[in-house]
Design a protein around this ligand. Structure first.
Ligand code: GLA
Length: 376
């Protein structure tokens, strides 16, 4: 009798367990599964993009976030080269923007204030006294609508209402991720507005090309195609100056290990707590061109970043301090990943000498960034 009761209990427990597991693993259609439910009860999906070489990218419509990206090393061995979380709950509560699309304005706007066509706007303040990555509830914390998915390409749209985080105009932003057969993750942005506004979306993938986020990225060899960068003050706000990289630790025109000069006695590295700056990319003319390359000598993986944007923020993971618990329960430690966020320059709305980020009704914003993987 006792044994019977016990086995019934076990059966009940097992079925509860399998129900919970299947909720997030259940394939709804090829390449699409339920990722989880938000605290408001809404369902969130995970899409798996594949290419003919065996690369995969998992992308969720929460924050239009890249959750994993498997790329081959020099021996053809695949590993996940980006940081992120295992659960939707962690994405809802996380503060590091892992893999997400950030907006409306990627990077900082000093005091969260700017003037457009004679009117001053106050945005939400979420980084000291400043506005960072779109504010308190940026695009990384929104549920995007999936327009189409075919196994290689995923198109998602977000409508940000007039007044969202203080920004004027209803903005409609569409992002298409494509995993190409050339081992590229291609990101196409397009947007329109119904009132004059500002826009500077970017992707916030954190890369660790070793495939093991317990390693730092200090041995990664970085090249940035830029003669100049935009210095910052101690609050990370651009000063308006456009400075030469020549003769400074900001010079990455020749491939250089990230760790080589990161602790140099250089005021910009002190202000940024490491590298956390915008580089002014060469040859800005609206066409996609090479922005940066990163090479990991241990795995042989190389990432090439191409964009039509005028700048790239190279962030060396200085705020990672072990408090974020990522995929597989790993505590992400200091400088165990790096970001290359293609963008307009930080605080552009308040710096008239920087290229404009304004978008007007009737205009169409479009932009492309490519993360391309090779191994040697
Ligand atoms: C960007 C910023 C950094 C930091 C990260 C997110 O790269 O420039 O200062 O805020 O995002 O932690």
């Amino acid at each position: 009798m006792q044994i019977k009761k016990f086995s019934i209990l076990i059966i009940i427990m097992l079925s509860i367990l399998s129900f919970n597991c299947s909720e997030s693993n259940q394939q709804l259609s090829p390449g699409k599964r339920l990722f989880g439910k938000l605290s408001n009860g809404k369902e969130v999906y995970m899409y798996t993009l594949k290419n003919k070489n065996g690369m995969t990218a998992e992308i969720t419509n929460y924050g239009a976030t890249v959750v994993s990206l498997f790329a081959p090393d020099k021996n053809g061995k695949f590993a996940d080269v980006i940081l992120g979380y295992d659960s939707l709950h962690s994405y809802e509560n996380g503060t590091s923007y892992f893999g997400a699309i950030v907006g409306r304005y990627g990077n900082r706007i000093g005091k969260g204030r700017f003037t457009l066509e004679g009117k001053t706007y106050q945005l939400t303040i979420n980084n000291g006294e400043n506005h960072l990555h779109g504010g308190t509830i940026g695009f990384n914390k929104k549920l995007w609508t999936t327009d189409s998915f075919d196994g290689h390409s995923l198109k998602m749209t977000l409508v940000s209402p007039d007044g969202d985080q203080g920004y004027p105009g209803t903005l409609t932003l569409t992002v298409t991720y494509t995993l190409t057969d050339n081992n590229e993750l291609k990101i196409d942005y397009s947007a329109t507005t119904d009132k004059p506004t500002i826009l500077n979306p970017t992707n916030h993938c954190y890369f660790n090309l070793t495939g093991n986020p317990q390693n730092t990225i200090l041995n990664h060899v970085l090249m940035i195609n830029a003669d100049k960068y935009t210095p910052i003050d101690s609050e990370f706000i651009t000063t308006g100056e456009i400075a030469n990289v020549a003769g400074t630790p900001m010079d990455f025109r020749e491939p250089t290990p990230i760790g080589k000069r990161i602790n140099d006695d250089f005021i910009q590295l002190k202000n940024g707590k490491g590298y956390d700056h915008n580089w002014v990319l060469n040859d800005y003319n609206g066409n996609v061109r090479e922005a940066a390359t990163v090479y990991d000598p241990s795995s042989g993986r190389e990432l090439e970043v191409l964009t039509d944007q005028p700048g790239v923020q190279f962030y060396s993971g200085n705020f990672l301090d072990g408090s974020e618990i990522g995929k597989g329960g790993i505590h992400y430690q200091h400088r165990t990943a790096m970001c290359l966020e293609t963008q307009h320059f930080p605080d552009s709305p308040n710096k008239k000498n920087f290229p404009s980020v304004e978008l007007k009704p009737g205009e169409k914003f479009s932009s492309t960034t490519i993360y391309k993987f090779t191994a040697k």
